[in-house]
Design a protein around this ligand. Structure first.
Ligand code: S3P
Length: 408
């Protein structure tokens, strides 16, 4: 890095005040690495826990969400080493052998932990589970996974007719179904595939638009029979399956890289390489959107690591132009819409983001939050029911904002 990007000072008297000076005149150059991919981290812990034998994981994201996944599966008997080591080791129990925990499983803030885990819990015959999460997770829709699981014969109870956590699950033998999900959601798709692992026959799930396919790739690598019909975005798992422990290498998270890519694109004189980033085509919508905005991006050293495409991404600053995005691109950049909105404030013209109403049911309502917070910084942003409209062109101004109190 040529110079420090920001100086962050914490005021001694007021611990909640963080001062970020303007970045004008600062260029980003050099090479950086970003933390491991969160989606792949969750899946490697879960599949490791239900596989036979040992799974080793390198590059796992050491964040609260994977910690929640690890804690839940430890409570059910999986032997998972400390996540802070360079290699995490998981001694799996085998599908169908999760133990009944003697306390509530807490997914914290992590929708992926809760929704994927539900597919496994519902299909553990004879065992009872209670699951919950923090205040945000307890307000997020669970019916999108409870409905298909109930069609498979699952018994799940929860607030508001099973729509909201806390949930109680009485595990049992399930029946295979074909389910067409009304939302393009990798969490829904993965939940059903995980339930299908111990279900006799073919369980399949299709979605209106293709969502991230990390589960399909990893399940296949662990030995499950997975068929994909790309013509209708349909995935089928044949059960009962036996998974065997694997060596997983987690690439850098493109969702984390996105912040650096946008920063370097908009700060004049920047030339930055973000190394070892996962570039699975179901996740690279952010690269396509930035390219539409005439960002100067190049993928270098493209390779495949443990079944996932990986590359180094070089970004040089350029004058961005507004773009219009929507449709099938949205699930491929769903977590990157907020930082794309920041890029749009620096682009010439009006950027329109549509078909992104799913952002309203994430950890927060991300459309509302971006419109409100960018508006406070002087950006010209308006909220649409399904997205945002942002007219770029101005430097943003500073603003004081209280740090969010942690919920739980
Ligand atoms: C994820 C899927 C996406 C994404 C989330 C992680 C996953 O959620 O927003 O951060 O790992 O499967 P949806 O499935 O709700 O779209």
């Amino acid at each position: 890095m040529s110079s420090p990007i920001v100086t962050v000072k914490t005021d001694q008297e007021r611990q909640d005040l963080v001062i970020i000076p303007p970045t004008s005149g600062v260029a980003l150059s050099g090479k950086i690495n970003v933390p491991g991919d969160k989606s792949i981290s969750h899946r490697s812990l879960m599949l490791g826990a239900i596989a036979e034998g040992e799974t080793t994981i390198e590059g796992l994201l050491l964040g609260d969400d994977p910690q929640s996944t690890a804690a839940c599966f430890r409570q059910m008997g999986a032997d998972i080493s400390d996540l802070s080591g360079p290699t995490v080791r998981v001694r799996g129990l085998g599908i169908g052998n999760l133990q009944e925990p003697n306390d509530v499983l807490n997914a914290g803030n992590s929708g992926t932990t809760l929704r994927l885990m539900l597919g496994l819990l519902a299909s553990q015959p004879g065992r009872f589970f209670a699951v919950t999460g923090d205040k945000s997770l307890r307000s997020r829709p669970m019916s999108r996974v409870v409905t298909p699981l109930e069609q498979m014969g699952a018994k799940i109870w929860g607030r508001e007719a099973g729509q909201l956590a806390p949930l109680a699950i009485s595990g049992r033998h399930l029946q295979p179904i074909h389910y067409h999900s009304p939302v393009a959601s990798a969490q829904v798709k993965s939940c059903i595939l995980l339930a299908g692992l111990s279900t006799e026959g073919e369980t399949s799930v299709s979605e209106p638009v293709l969502s991230r396919d990390h589960s399909e790739r990893m399940l296949r690598a662990f030995g499950a029979k997975i068929q994909v019909d790309p013509s209708c975005h349909r995935v089928t798992v044949t059960g009962p399956a036996t998974l065997k422990g694997q060596s997983v290498v987690v690439p850098g998270d493109i969702s984390s890289a996105a912040f650096w890519l946008v920063a370097a694109a908009i700060l004049p004189g920047s030339d930055l390489r973000v190394e070892n980033v996962g570039v699975n085509p179901t996740r690279t919508g952010i690269l396509e959107a930035l390219q539409q905005m005439e960002a100067d991006l190049t993928l270098e050293n493209q390779r495949e690591v443990a079944g996932e495409p990986v590359a180094d991404i070089r970004v040089r600053s350029s004058q961005l132009k507004a773009c219009e995005i929507g449709g099938s691109l949205i699930p491929r950049l769903i977590d990157e819409v907020p930082i794309l909105a920041v890029a749009a404030t620096m682009a010439e013209g009006t950027t329109v983001i549509r078909d992104a109403e799913e952002l309203r049911v994430k950890e927060s309502d991300r459309l509302l939050a971006m419109a409100r917070e960018l508006g406070k910084l002087g950006a010209n942003v308006s909220e649409r029911p399904d997205g945002l409209e942002i007219t770029g062109g101005g430097p943003l101004k500073g603003e004081t904002r209280r740090k969010r109190q942690r919920t739980s």
